[in-house]
Design a protein around this ligand. Structure first.
Ligand code: HEC
Length: 166
């Protein structure tokens, strides 16, 4: 009698198991997909989440010694869009500086969005200078240590032009 009681329940357990598998395997799919989609942070959001290391104090005090003349800005633009090695800044930071370069999807954290006034106004010239010379370790941001100081300052004049209030 006791034995038959358990036997009657065997199909019940199987149904139950299938139910658990369905809940465990099928349902989390759409839920996970939704989460991952929501998690992707477009660079062009503003302000951007930013965990970049802060430059040493002596750099933070630096002010750009160059004036924002059309010639200096053009020199920075040429480096940014075409000439910088190992790759032009545009590849990651985007033609219009919004962080949506062609490598945008491949890199995490995302390239800085220079059009975001909230982010850029908080970043001293010396911080930008230090990161361009040394890169940001653990991210895709390379070091451009071969550039002359003046070239870095010209780049910074151009970067600043992306977030100028128009
Ligand atoms: C291969 C991709 C890549 C290239 C090329 C690149 N960057 Fe970046 N850059 C990044 C990423 C990614 C970050 C974000 C780093 C981080 O979050 O610490 C970044 C951040 C920065 C920052 C922000 C520093 C800060 O303190 O927030 C500056 C300035 C910068 N890049 C300038 C440049 C300039 C100028 C060039 C070209 C000479 C350049 N980058 C080329 C990927 C790139």
């Amino acid at each position: 009698m006791q034995f038959q009681y358990w036997k009657r329940w065997v199909p019940g357990w199987q149904v139950c198991l299938i139910g658990i598998l369905l809940v465990g395997l099928v349902l989390p799919g759409p839920v996970r997909a939704k989460h991952e989609k929501g998690h992707e942070e477009p660079s062009s959001i503003c302000p951007q989440p930013r965990k970049t290391v802060t430059a040493p104090d002596e750099y933070l005090k630096l002010k750009n010694p160059l004036e924002a003349t059309p010639q200096n800005i053009l020199a920075g633009k040429t480096l940014f869009q075409i000439d910088a090695k190992p790759s032009a800044c545009r590849i990651c930071h985007g033609i219009s500086g919004d962080g949506l370069g062609i490598l945008f999807r491949q890199v995490q954290p995302k390239p800085r969005n220079f059009t975001c006034i909230h982010t850029m106004d908080d970043l001293p010239d010396g911080q930008l200078f230090w990161i361009i010379q040394n890169g940001s370790p653990g991210t895709a941001m390379p070091s451009f240590s071969y550039l002359a100081d003046d070239q870095v300052w010209q780049l910074i004049l151009y970067l600043r032009s992306f977030s100028e209030k128009k």
